[in-house]
Design a protein around this ligand. Structure first.
Ligand SMILES: Nc1nc2c(c(=O)[nH]1)N[C@H]1C(S)=C(S)[C@@H](COP(=O)(O)O)O[C@H]1N2
Ligand SMILES: [Mo]
Length: 324
C-alpha cells in the first residue's frame, strides 16, 4: 500500500534494518500499516515466519503503543545482548546461542488455571494474532534500545488457559539445558538456574505486555530469546525473560532470579524509575544505542520508561521507592 514498488526490496542481501528505514521514509511518522512490511516485501523473512506457522496480520493492532523514535539498528539488537545462559559479555550470546535447538518447542502452563498442559508453540501461535510493536527497552545498566518486536499480547494466552480466582501472580521459567547453554555449565556463574521471572496478574494482563517471537519482521535470533520471550516495556530489561518453557500461575509472589541474587539492588517490580537510583549508579539517564565515543547519545530516563500514561495506575498508592 504505502510501499512503492516490490522490486525495491528484492535484493537478496538487503538487511531488515534497511527495509525498515526505507519503509519509515514512505510512511513518515505514521505507524499505521507498519505491519504491511511483513506481507510480502521480504521473501526470506516471510519464509522464516511461515516455517514456524506464524499467522500474520496486516493491521496495526498496537493500539497506539508503538513509539516513532529512531530504531536501534538490527545489527546492534542482535549483537549487544544480556543472556547469561550464554555468557556474561554483551557479545557472548551472539557467539554462543547459535547452537540452541528451538524447534520443536513447547510451553508448560501450570498452577491456578482451568486448562493446564504442555502446549506446542505452534498451537499457541494458532490462537493469537501477531502484531508489530515498536517498544523502548531500558536495561538496568542504563543503556536502552528501540526495537520493532513481532509478538502478541500475553493476555490473549492467559485468557485461553482460564486462570482461577487464586491466580494472583504469573511466574516464567527459561529453558535449562546446560548441554546447549555454556553459561549454565560455567563454574563462575552465581545464578541458580533456570532463570525465573514474575509479574503480578494485572501486569501480565496489561495490553502492553508482549510475548515476542520475532524482531525486525523476522523470527527472533537465538540470542534475543528464541523462540518465545517476554517484553515488558515499562520495566527494566531483566524482567523480559527469554526462551520461556514454563508459565506458572500462583497465589503468592514468586522468587525472581535477580531479586534472589541481590535483593537490595533488584526488586520484584523493577519499574523503570529515574527517581530511584540503583545502589551503585544513577538511573536518571541512559545511553540510547548505538553510541560511539564521540556521540554518547545520553538521554534522560522517563518514568515507567515513557509508558506512565498506560501503566502508572497499576501502582496507585504504592511507595515505588520501597517496591522497586
Ligand atoms: N533467560 C534470560 N532472560 C533474560 C536475561 C538473561 O540473562 N537470561 N537477561 C535480561 C536482561 S538483563 C535484559 S536487558 C534483556 C535483554 O534483551 P535483548 O538481549 O533482547 O536486548 O533480556 C533479559 N532476559
Ligand atoms: Mo538488563
Amino acid at each position: 500500500m504505502l510501499i512503492k514498488n516490490k522490486a525495491d526490496f528484492s535484493s537478496a542481501d538487503i538487511t531488515p534494518e534497511s527495509i525498515y528505514l526505507r519503509r519509515r521514509e514512505f510512511i513518515g511518522a505514521s505507524l499505521i500499516g507498519s505491519a504491511a512490511l511483513m506481507t510480502g516485501t521480504n521473501a526470506r523473512a516471510d519464509a522464516e515466519l511461515a516455517r514456524l506457522n506464524f499467522k500474520k496480520t496486516t493491521r496495526d493492532t498496537s493500539g497506539g503503543f508503538s513509539t516513532d523514535e529512531a530504531l536501534t539498528p538490527y545489527d546492534d539488537v542482535k549483537r549487544y545482548n544480556n543472556f547469561y545462559e550464554f555468557g556474561m559479555d554483551k557479545g557472548d550470546p551472539e557467539k554462543y546461542a547459535g547452537g540452541l535447538t528451538t524447534m520443536p518447542w513447547s510451553v508448560a502452563m501450570e498452577g491456578e488455571i482451568a486448562k493446564p498442559g504442555n502446549y506446542p508453540l505452534e498451537d499457541i501461535l494458532s490462537w493469537v494474532d501477531l502484531e508489530e510493536r515498536i517498544y523502548r527497552l531500558r536495561c538496568v545498566e542504563a543503556w536502552s534500545m528501540v526495537i520493532p518486536w513481532v509478538g502478541f499480547s500475553l493476555a490473549a494466552l492467559i485468557k485461553k488457559v482460564q486462570p482461577t480466582s487464586k491466580a494472583n501472580y504469573v511466574q516464567f521459567v527459561t529453558l535449562e539445558r546446560p548441554a546447549e547453554m555454556p553459561g549454565q555449565r560455567s563454574r563462575f556463574s552465581t545464578i541458580d538456574w533456570p532463570y525465573v521471572e514474575g509479574l503480578r496478574m494485572d501486569e501480565a494482563m496489561h495490553p502492553l505486555t508482549l510475548l515476542a517471537v520475532g524482531v525486525y519482521g523476522r523470527v527472533l535470533p537465538n540470542q534475543n530469546g528464541a523462540p518465545l520471550r517476554l517484553v515488558v516495556p515499562w520495566k527494566y530489561g531483566f524482567k523480559s525473560i527469554k526462551s520461556i518453557v514454563k508459565i506458572r500461575f500462583l497465589e503468592k509472589q514468586p522468587p525472581t532470579t535477580w531479586q534472589q541474587l541481590a535483593p537490595s539492588e533488584y526488586g520484584f517490580y523493577a519499574n523503570v524509575n529515574p527517581q530511584v537510583d540503583h545502589p551503585r549508579w544513577s538511573q536518571k539517564s541512559e545511553r540510547r544505542l548505538p553510541t560511539t565515543l564521540f556521540s554518547p547519545n545520553r538521554i534522560p530516563t522517563q518514568r515507567f520508561n515513557g509508558y506512565a500514561e498506560q501503566v502508572a495506575g497499576l501502582y496507585k498508592g504504592m511507595d515505588l521507592s520501597r517496591y522497586y
